[in-house]
Design a binder for this molecule. Structure first.
Ligand SMILES: NC(=O)c1ccc[n+]([C@@H]2O[C@H](COP(=O)([O-])OP(=O)(O)OC[C@H]3O[C@@H](n4cnc5c(N)ncnc54)[C@H](O)[C@@H]3O)[C@@H](O)[C@H]2O)c1
Length: 344
C-alpha cells in the first residue's frame, strides 16, 4: 500500500493506493458518527464489506441523480438520524458518489468531515483527487460546488474487477491524459503494459493509480482553483466535451477523440512530430479507446463555439509540447475545424 499526501488550501488529505475496502474501519475517525453514502450498484456488490454498524444511504445511479435534490435527501436522512456537526460522511462509489458526498458533507451544518472509498478506475485516478465536489444544476454539469479535501481516499484495486468494460476504458483515458501532460515514464509504462492494464492486473493498476494521483495532486497543489496550471488537466476535454454533448458517447471515449484532435493540432503547430501522434493513436487503440466519432462535425464545432473558454474566434486549448509535457495556448476555431475533419 502506498500513501500519497495532498496539501490543499481546503486542508490536507491522504490517498491510500492499494488500501483495502474491507479494512476501511481502521481509517475511520474514532468516536464520530460515520454515515456511508453509496449507490445501488456498489451497495449490492460491496455493501457487505463495510462495517455492519454504519448507516448506509443509497442514492441512485447515473449523471441524472447528481443534483441538489439528491443532496437534500442526504441532508434529510442525516437530520432524521440525528447526525450533528461531529458526523463524518464516507462516500463509497464512483465519481458521482464522491462528488455528491463531498458536496453534501461540505455544506451540511456548514461542513462535516468526509472521506471516499473510490470504486471506479475513473474515481481512483481522477474524480476522488483534487478536492472539487459538486452537483449538476438545470442540466449544466458541476454548476454548484465546493473546493474541499476529503480526509482520506482509499483506492482498492480488487473492487475494480466488477467494473463494466466501458468504465475501465473511461478510467484508462484519464490515465493516458495524465501521462501525456506530465509523465513520459508513465506513457512508456502504459505502452509496455497496455493489455495488462485493460485486464486490470493489480500491480499495473497500482502503478497507474499511484502515478495518476501524484500527477493530478501535484498539478492541483500548484493551482487549486484553476487559474492556470490546472487547465492542463483539460487535455482532450475541450473537444471531448463537445463530442460527448453531441453524440452522447461515454466521457472517456469522447476524451480519447479529443486527445487525438489535440495531438493532431500539436503536430500541425510543429510542437510534436508525426510519429508521436501515431504513437498516441496506437496506445489509445490498444486500450480499446476510439480514435474517431460518428458525431456530426458541424454540430461538434457549433458546441465548441459555445464553449466558455472561447474568446471571440479563439479558444484556450491544451496542446502537447512533447509527450509528457503540456502547454495551454490560444488557437483559432479554424484550426480546430481542420483537425475535426480527421475525427468526425
Ligand atoms: N470532482 C472531480 O474532480 C471529478 C473529476 C472527474 C470526474 N468527475 C465526475 O465523476 C463522475 C463520473 O464518475 P464515474 O465514471 O466513476 O461514474 P459513476 O460514479 O456513475 O460510476 C459508473 C458506474 O459504475 C458503477 N460502479 C461503481 N463502482 C463499481 C464497481 N466497483 N463495480 C461495478 N460497478 C461499479 C456505478 O454504480 C455506475 O453505474 C461524473 O459526474 C464527473 O463529473 C469529477
Amino acid at each position: 500500500m502506498e500513501r500519497v499526501p495532498i496539501h490543499g488550501s481546503g486542508g490536507a488529505s491522504e490517498i491510500w493506493v492499494g488500501g483495502r475496502l474491507d479494512r476501511l474501519a481502521e481509517r475511520l475517525p474514532a468516536g464520530r458518527r460515520v454515515v456511508v453514502v453509496t449507490d445501488a450498484n456498489v451497495q449490492r456488490l460491496y455493501g457487505h464489506c463495510l462495517p455492519p454498524d454504519l448507516l448506509q444511504l443509497v442514492i441512485g445511479t447515473g449523471e441524472g441523480i447528481k443534483t441538489l435534490d439528491t443532496v437534500a435527501d442526504i441532508y434529510g436522512a442525516l437530520l432524521d438520524a440525528g447526525a450533528d456537526r461531529s458526523a463524518f460522511l464516507l462516500g463509497v462509489g464512483g465519481g458521482i458518489v464522491c462528488d455528491v458526498t463531498g458536496f453534501a458533507a461540505s455544506t451540511y451544518m456548514r461542513g462535516v468531515g468526509f472521506a471516499f472509498a473510490a470504486t471506479t478506475l475513473l474515481a481512483q485516478v481522477d474524480a476522488s483527487v483534487g478536492g472539487k465536489n459538486g452537483v449538476n444544476f438545470r442540466g449544466f454539469k458541476n454548476m454548484v460546488g465546493t473546493f474541499n479535501q476529503p480526509a482520506f481516499v482509499i483506492c482498492d484495486p480488487a473492487v475494480l474487477s466488477t467494473l463494466p468494460e466501458v468504465e475501465v476504458q473511461c478510467g484508462l483515458a484519464e490515465v493516458v491524459k495524465h501521462a501525456l501532460i506530465a509523465d513520459r515514464a508513465l506513457l512508456s509504462f502504459l505502452e509496455d503494459n497496455a493489455e495488462r492494464a485493460v485486464a486490470l492486473e493489480p500491480d499495473v493498476v497500482r502503478r497507474l493509480v499511484g502515478d495518476s494521483v501524484r500527477i493530478k495532486s501535484a498539478v492541483v497543489n500548484r493551482d487549486e482553483r484553476e487559474s492556470g496550471e490546472r487547465r492542463k488537466l483539460n487535455f482532450g476535454h475541450t473537444f471531448g466535451h463537445a463530442v460527448e454533448k453531441v453524440a452522447g458517447v461515454p466521457h472517456g471515449h469522447a476524451v480519447s477523440v479529443g486527445m487525438v484532435v489535440a495531438a493532431e493540432i500539436s503536430a500541425a503547430r510543429g510542437r510534436i512530430g508525426r510519429q508521436e501522434v501515431d504513437r498516441i493513436r496506437a496506445l489509445l487503440e490498444r486500450l480499446g479507446l476510439p480514435l474517431r466519432t460518428d458525431a456530426d462535425r458541424e454540430a461538434v464545432l457549433a458546441a465548441l463555439g459555445r464553449d466558455k473558454k472561447r474568446q471571440g474566434d479563439r479558444i484556450h486549448f491544451v496542446l502537447l509540447d512533447a509527450p509528457g509535457r503540456a502547454v495551454v495556448e490560444e488557437i483559432a476555431l479554424e484550426e480546430l475545424q481542420s483537425a475535426a475533419a480527421g475525427v468526425c
